[in-house]
Design a binder for this molecule. Sequence first.
Ligand SMILES: *Cc1c(COP(=O)(O)O)cnc(C)c1O
Length: 345
Amino acid sequence: MEFVDLRSDTVTQPTPEMREAMATAEVGDDVYGDDPTVNRLEALAAEMLGKEAAIFVPSGTMGNLLALLVHCQRGDEAIVGDHSHIYLNEAGGMAALGGIQPCPIPNRDDGTLALEDILASIRTEDVHHPITRLICLENTQNVCGGVPLTVEYTRRVGELARRNNLSLHIDGARIFNSAVAQNVSVKDLVEPADSVMFCLSKGLASPVGSMLVGTHKFIARARHLRKMLGGGMRQAGILAAAGIISLEQMTKRLGEDHARAKALADGLRQVKGVEVDAGSPSTNMVYFNLLDEVTLSVDQIIDKMKKRGVLVDWAAPRRFRLVTHYWVDDAGVEKAISAFREVLG
Ligand SMILES: *Cc1c(COP(=O)(O)O)cnc(C)c1O
């Protein structure tokens, strides 16, 4: 059976064009700086994000960890959203490997951290206190609904960071989804940030990899730490070749995923027992809750959907997150809506 896979945009297979580019990529030993394809990808990423330099890393988790390790010393504190991927879903790496203490503050429904909350959580100079070094934002904010943070909001956080001698890191795993949804340039969106991580391996459909961007000095330090973490890769141009296609082509088509997410949400709003979040979707994620009248468990629903050729995953005990991507077409959206109608009807 051919499955419509709505579990995540991480399931995206490389496109035929990517496979071709990977097979024919010119490569070298990237630890020597000798891989021309990796070098091209890094230059392209830096240029597109409007930063001095970039480094190719195996995962978004490693990219975020490197940023934390460069910005913070052991015992320092980083302000993070309590719904952020860095805080919830990176295996406590900042604490375990960096000795960095997270200072979690509430993510509001729109994905932002309140400026007052950020200000209030900055430590005063006191022998008892850790030193606050860093603010981390997530754009789009996944758990809050795949919501995009605006240029204006990011500028205000950037100003607050500078006034207080802090750095600003953006976990921009889906920063291109954010830029496309708001019709703004990704450069403007990340201009206030000292560093940005984004993923090639999600909606941009590369098989592996993420980018970390920042100043030359920041990236040089990240390169040293990447080696320390075991992330120095050799003929990584095989992977970077796909990444170049992600940046040059796949960034331009994300609007299609957003339109399909909207069609999916509109369809699901007509299905009994489903309550789609107000305002969902903002980008490529549809979140919905099950009403009390639904007696099936999420696991039973997942199983019944699978039997109908649709893969879905739960976000909480009575809550689903569906994600559209390159390999979900209009027919796939229709199939998913019909399957939910059958299973819940
Ligand atoms: C996926 C994701 C990451 C981490 O990326 P991996 O490549 O899975 O390690 C970081 N932040 C957010 C918001 C993500 O969605």
